[in-house]
Design a protein around this ligand. Structure first.
Ligand SMILES: C[S@@+](CC[C@H](N)C(=O)[O-])C[C@H]1O[C@@H](n2cnc3c(N)ncnc32)[C@H](O)[C@@H]1O
Length: 183
């Protein structure tokens, strides 16, 4: 099963997807549970590579060109924030998480799937060594972010977490996925 299939069907109600990229998660939303998806990304160029016509989606959809650190949307608006493979890239995470808490309703959920810091010291050493070059070549992506720790120190409590290596090059393939609630 693909990582996206494991996580995206958990989302419900009004959803804000952070760093939507080219919309690869859109086919996996459960149309019975979703009222609206707002897809946010600072890059219109990446979004324009999407292969799904938003008019064909079985729920309301809107694209917003903005960064996670400065979300131009109202307080207490969303039931869920979905973020996949973007916490690795967002430059100022404390600001982004502050914005997530602001736009989520009380009891709202953060649903995430990310690659990050590997559990073995030997792989982590490689991640730390390669990271400066990787980040420069990979559009700001970091190999070595400790995803659960970052979620927990930024005002959320993880209530469900799974981890594993997905197939691929080990320094870039240790995945963390699950859900968290605002503290
Ligand atoms: C590796 S892509 C992942 C795209 C998509 N979430 C997916 O799973 O296929 C990282 C995305 O994060 C976006 N991004 C970069 N900086 C960001 C920021 N400050 N706020 C929100 N998204 C950002 C990039 O434009 C890019 O679309």
């Amino acid at each position: 099963m693909k990582q996206r299939e494991k996580i995206i069907p958990m989302a419900y109600g009004k959803i804000l997807e952070i760093g939507i990229g080219s919309g690869l998660n859109l086919p996996y939303y459960d149309k019975e549970k979703v009222r609206e998806v707002v897809g946010l990304d600072p890059s219109i160029e990446i979004w324009e590579k999407n292969i799904i016509n938003p008019d064909d989606l079985p729920f309301n959809f809107q694209f917003v060109k903005a960064s996670a650190e400065d979300i131009p949307l109202d307080n207490n608006k969303f039931d869920c924030i979905v973020v996949t493979y973007s916490i690795c890239t967002i430059p100022v995470l404390p600001m982004a998480f502050e914005e997530f808490r602001r736009v989520l309703k009380p009891n709202g959920e953060l649903i995430f799937c990310e690659h990050g810091k590997a559990p073995e010291k030997s792989i982590e050493r490689w991640q730390n060594l390669i990271n400066p070059v990787w980040k420069r070549l990979g559009g700001g992506c970091n190999l070595n972010r400790d995803i659960p720790a970052l979620i927990n120190i930024n005002g959320f409590t993880i209530d469900h977490l799974d981890t594993m290596y997905i197939p691929g090059w080990k320094p870039a393939s240790f995945n963390y996925w699950g859900s968290a609630k605002v503290n």
